[in-house]
Structures are given as C-alpha cells and as structure tokens.
Design a protein around this ligand. Structure first.
Ligand SMILES: *[C@@H]1O[C@H](CO)[C@@H](O)[C@H](O)[C@H]1NC(C)=O
Ligand SMILES: *[C@@H]1O[C@H](CO)[C@@H](O)[C@H](O)[C@H]1NC(C)=O
Length: 275
C-alpha cells in the first residue's frame, strides 16, 4: 500500500488530537510492598506514564479488600482541581495529601502522616481523565515496636501465684512468653490479644507459678520480623507468697462483706506486697 501525503497528514492530526486530552496512559505503583512505621509519615507512590499532567484528572485513593462491614473506602479524592473530603474514611481525616506541584508531572503519590496500625493493607490509586482511566494497587505494611512487658500479680491460684504480663503498642502482633529462672518456658494461659483505637496490638499472658528456690520469673516479648526482644524480670520472695495468702483472705472477706470493689481489692493486695 502506498502512503499518500493526505494519509500522513491524517495520522499527524490524530496524534495531535490525542495529545489534546484523550491520551491513553498507564497508572503505575511500586512493585514491592511499602513498609511504614507507626507514628511516622509515608509516601504511597503512584504516577501516570507518559508523564502528562494529572491536574485536570480525577485522582482517587481508596482502601482495597477492607472487611465487608466497612462500606466507606475512600482515603483521598482529588477532583475538578481540588481535594474533596466529603466521603473520606473518618480516621484518615487531616492525614492525607497529594503533592500539588508533582501532579503537573503526572505524579499522583499520596502522603499519609501519623500512620496508624489500622492503615495496614491494600490501597488503590485510580486516575481518570475524561476518556481514560487506569489504576494500581499498593500493599502497605505497618510496623510498630511496642512497650516493655509490664508484670503484675493477679492473686493466689491453685496453690501458686497468678502473674500477668502485658505489652502494648505492637504491629503486627508479637509473641509473649513466661520463663523461669533457668530460662525455661513456663506453661501459660492462652495469649489474649486486643487492639487499641489506633489498631495496635495489646497482648496479655497469664501464668501460675509455684514456689521455687529462687522465685525469679521473666516475661519476654519477641517480634521476630522486627528483630525485637524485650524482657521484664520479676522476683517473689517466699515470705511474700505467705503474706500474699493472708492479704487474699482479708480482701476476700472485704468483698464478701460488700465494702470493697474488685479494683480496690486488687490494689489492697498489691499494697500489702509493697510493704
Ligand atoms: C517528562 O519526562 C521527560 C523524559 O523523562 C522529561 O524530559 C520531561 O521534563 C518530563 N515532563 C514533565 C512535565 O515533568
Ligand atoms: C512523586 O513525588 C514524591 C514527593 O515529592 C516523590 O517522593 C516521588 O519520588 C515522586 N515520584 C515520581 C515518580 O516522580
């Protein structure tokens, strides 16, 4: 087939028309998951290729794969040249922004500040022009190093002493264990897991210890992924076990007589210990 001068002109015109607004583009994100540290800020990368301006496009960032119970998935919306917060998930309020100067270069990355545990998961970046759209999905992992374990006495139980260990503020969930003075893992109750309002894990583990020669116990919290280990030691002298038995009886009598709530009873037992 012969190309005529008019064919050539038509092709050029077509290309020009495409440049003028109906151009196809691809939306690209990172190939790997993004790891964000709780409390810090993070950039979720997303851009269009070729690098035409996205200033007049709609840029929609939303959560992907959220539990069915959550109907609202919008994290950030930019439309008609401005940010729209009307349908934004409440917990993201005041924490998201686009880079306005970068939008001109087709960079639709999202900045998220004060990262929370609940921000873990998949995000989709959807970019739409009048004639075309594409999206990219990004996985975000949140990590948070929690607190040193706190140990306390729960009370006398089955001829031993019930001890409680608590560690807060982790993401993802850590492991918790009780050890004796030789470093041997003690049998313990099931790990109780809770999440605070920002989505960070609170873990609790109870054990009942018998009187041993040394009466030294350790609670250890460990997060293998984050290479983090923290321990809190705990010493109980033999006299205290005896004293405690006495305190327990007094507290119990108070509860039975109806003058003392559970909380104050607990304090009473601990105060006795402190003496
Ligand atoms: C788009 O990318 C090209 C080549 O990488 C670069 O020369 C040009 O300055 C970029 N355009 C914008 C608006 O950033
Ligand atoms: C987009 O903008 C952000 C913030 O300035 C920057 O960190 C990122 O490298 C940019 N991405 C591209 C593809 O230019």
């Amino acid at each position: 087939m012969m190309w005529t001068w008019t064919d050539c002109l038509c092709v050029n015109l077509l290309l020009l028309l495409q440049r003028a607004g109906s151009e196809k583009f691809e939306v690209l994100g990172p190939t790997r998951a993004i790891v964000a540290v709780a409390g810090d800020e993070v950039i979720l990368p997303c851009y269009i290729k070729p690098n035409i301006s996205a200033e007049d496009m709609r840029v929609d960032w939303f959560r992907f794969n959220l539990p069915d119970t959550q109907s609202n998935t919008q994290v950030h919306l930019y439309q008609d040249g401005r940010d729209k917060y009307h349908d934004q998930i409440h917990s993201y309020r005041g924490r998201t922004s686009l880079f306005k100067e970068e939008l001109k270069k087709g960079n639709t990355s999202l900045k998220l500040i004060r990262v929370q545990g609940t921000n873990d998961g998949h995000y989709t970046c959807l970019v739409q022009s009048k004639t075309h759209y594409d999206d990219a999905t990004i996985q975000v992992y949140i990590t948070a190093i929690g607190s040193k374990p706190e140990v306390s006495i729960e009370g006398q139980k089955e001829g031993g002493m019930a001890l409680l260990c608590v560690s807060k503020g982790w993401f993802p969930e850590p492991e918790l264990e009780w050890l004796d003075s030789e470093g041997v893992t003690l049998s313990a109750g099931p790990l109780e897991t809770d999440r605070d309002y920002e989505g960070f894990y609170i873990v609790k583990l109870k054990t009942t210890v018998k009187e041993t020669d040394i009466n030294r116990f350790t609670c250890r919290v460990r997060h293998s992924q984050l290479h983090e280990v923290m321990e809190t030691g705990f010493h109980i002298s033999s006299e205290l076990i005896l004293v405690h038995e006495e305190a327990w009886r007094i507290a119990f009598a108070l509860i039975v007589s109806g003058h003392c709530g559970h909380i104050s009873f607990h304090y009473l037992a601990l105060e006795w210990f402190a003496q």
